[in-house]
Ligand binder design. Sequence first.
Ligand SMILES: Cc1cc2nc3c(=O)[nH]c(=O)nc-3n(C[C@H](O)[C@H](O)[C@H](O)COP(=O)(O)OP(=O)(O)OC[C@H]3O[C@@H](n4cnc5c(N)ncnc54)[C@H](O)[C@@H]3O)c2cc1C
Length: 139
Amino acid sequence: MPSEATNEPFDAEVIVVGAGPVGLTTGCAMRHYGVDCLILEERTEVRAYSRANNLWARPQELLASIGLRDAIAERAYPVRLVNFFMNGTPTTPIQIDDVTSPHPQVLYSGQDVIETTLIETYEGRGGRMQRGGKVVAVA
Ligand SMILES: Cc1cc2nc3c(=O)[nH]c(=O)nc-3n(C[C@H](O)[C@H](O)[C@H](O)COP(=O)(O)OP(=O)(O)OC[C@H]3O[C@@H](n4cnc5c(N)ncnc54)[C@H](O)[C@@H]3O)c2cc1C
């Protein structure tokens, strides 16, 4: 994959395009297994707002298997119960931690917080990231 700026190829075992939650998790997984990884991201900064908020039991189990779940949990609120109100009157609460899992509670956080945590972990594991360039072709 040549770099537009230098026309030199990038040197990495795996190149991931995009530093959203999926790309960053992939990068962290690569580093967890000792694979040399380079992430290319066109944004120069982490998004300053959230889009995804909730991590349910199954994704937490997957994240735990590559050593990511606890770092995210440290910056999240564990949720056991959801309360609904109808015209100001509370309705029956819904329990959401009644799932068989080592991590039954839902972790409530923000995508900006999750991305920042994943970047810190990825870089702490020796992952490389280059920002500010859009990938336009892969050869
Ligand atoms: C309003 C809104 C609310 C949402 N709420 C929730 C929620 O409550 N719970 C939930 O689970 N999900 C929610 N989502 C969905 C969640 O945000 C996405 O599923 C998640 O962001 C997908 O992650 P991703 O890494 O695949 O993509 P993205 O987060 O979109 O990341 C892709 C990255 O790739 C980069 N990129 C793309 N093309 C290139 C290129 N050619 N070269 C270099 N870089 C490139 C982009 O700049 C971006 O940073 C919501 C989404 C929106 C829009």
